[in-house]
Design a protein around this ligand. Structure first.
Ligand SMILES: NC(=O)c1ccc[n+]([C@@H]2O[C@H](COP(=O)([O-])OP(=O)(O)OC[C@H]3O[C@@H](n4cnc5c(N)ncnc54)[C@H](O)[C@@H]3O)[C@@H](O)[C@H]2O)c1
Length: 363
């Protein structure tokens, strides 16, 4: 795709003004790279609430209304419920707007192909934003490993505990579309939140040649199962193996300003290890990154480890990209398909009893 960078502030529409708007918006506040010109949501309450942030923006109940208004828009921050991603993104691209889409991109490869085709046909950029790749402790973890501090990597471990108590309020309407996703076999922990963990694995160590998974389910209300306990293991093409365990702790209180998700990344090298102790929630209240080598532990006390900052920096990166065209996009639509393939390989493996599945072979 040929892309001409903007030499003026990018005119942006927010489409979807729900829970995650609160974090995505941080990239736009006080940012001279962008001008928020439109706010779109069918909910009058959400429109009124968010209009207070951008009194000069025009508000619309639908994308169709915005398109019909003739208002000039360059790019869209697409914060739609997952079941609306495919048709929603195709409509946005069709209006000639670049799209910064929230994850997960979509549920299957056929939908992904339709979205990429639309981007190609319309000559517009589709980005699937991955805020975790902008979380400073994870960036520092990657840099530490790449500097050779802990020696050659022997393997790594991701951990995630979803707790049922604490954190911010999530509207019941969000659970309704999450339940739709669950009924389609795309659970909250492995697929929705898990998308981030799979993305960090690809970002840290590159392509994956084999995935083995054992995806469980715990019924939390009639007909609704949460996809834990789950264990997923994989091997990158460079030979490094990763393992990720997902656990549900329904009654555990977790201090968090956002979702109640206790997460860790621990990379073991031949000489030492490096561990990120937390991300979304405040499970372990030690420094967010610790590096152990030769009997000494180094702790990083001054990283920006507020999870919300990763949204700010991911969004700013996108807005800068629109001005310069310099990559990487983190992620382009094509790269996001690799994350989708990783997830699909885990589902295929689990369904077949945990056999090894090559993500490039999933259909
Ligand atoms: N990066 C992350 O860590 C992270 C965290 C949470 C959610 N998300 C993603 O963000 C997206 C939105 O999630 P959320 O938690 O804000 O959901 P939400 O349910 O709180 O908000 C969705 C909003 O979209 C609006 N909407 C529905 N149909 C619409 C339409 N046709 N056009 C415009 N707006 C419409 C709803 O009225 C609602 O206000 C999802 O893709 C989700 O997976 C990402």
């Amino acid at each position: 795709m040929t892309f001409t960078p903007y030499d003026r502030p990018v005119r942006v529409a927010f489409v979807g003004l729900g829970r995650i708007y609160d974090l995505n918006v941080r990239a736009y506040a006080g940012n001279p790279d962008a001008e928020v010109v439109a706010l779109v949501d069918p909910s009058p309450e959400r429109r009124a609430q968010r209009h207070a942030d951008w009194p000069d923006a025009q508000v619309f109940a639908s994308t169709a209304e915005l398109a019909a208004s003739g208002l000039e828009v360059d790019a869209v921050e697409a914060l739609l419920p997952i079941p609306l991603h495919v048709e929603g993104v195709i409509e946005l691209l069709g209006n000639g707007w670049h799209v910064n889409l929230q994850k997960p991109m979509c549920n299957d490869l056929e939908s992904a192909a339709r979205m990429l085709d639309a981007a190609r046909t319309c000559g517009r950029q589709l980005r699937v934003m991955e805020n975790y790749l902008f979380y400073e402790p994870l960036r520092k973890l990657k840099a530490t490993v790449e500097s050779g501090t802990i020696g050659d990597v022997s393997g790594y471990h991701l951990k995630m505990v979803a707790s049922g108590r604490g954190g911010w309020d999530v509207p019941m309407s969000s659970y309704e579309w999450q339940f739709q996703q669950i009924r389609r076999g795309r659970g909250i922990l492995v697929f929705d939140d898990g998308w981030h963990k799979l993305a960090t694995a690809l970002w840290l160590f590159g392509p994956i040649r084999e995935v083995r998974a054992w995806i469980g389910s715990t019924e939390v209300m009639a007909g609704i199962g949460i996809d834990a306990p789950t264990t997923i293991v994989w091997e990158h093409t460079n030979g490094i193996r990763g393992v990720w365990d997902i656990t549900l702790a329904s009654d555990m209180y977790l201090r968090s300003d956002y979702y109640t998700n206790d997460e860790r990344w621990e990379i073991t090298g031949r000489r030492g290890y490096a561990r990120v102790n937390r991300c979304t929630g405040r499970g372990i209240q030690q420094p967010s990154l610790e590096v152990y080598v030769d009997g000494e532990m180094r702790s990083f006390h001054a990283l920006d480890d507020d999870w919300a900052s990763s949204f700010r920096d991911s969004g700013r990166h996108w807005l800068r990209w629109l001005h310069t065209g310099d990559g990487p996009l983190l992620w382009s639509g094509e790269e996001a398909v690799d994350v989708l393939r990783f997830a699909l390989a885990a589902y295929a493996s689990s369904a077949a009893g945990g056999v090894g599945v090559d993500p490039t072979s999933v259909g």
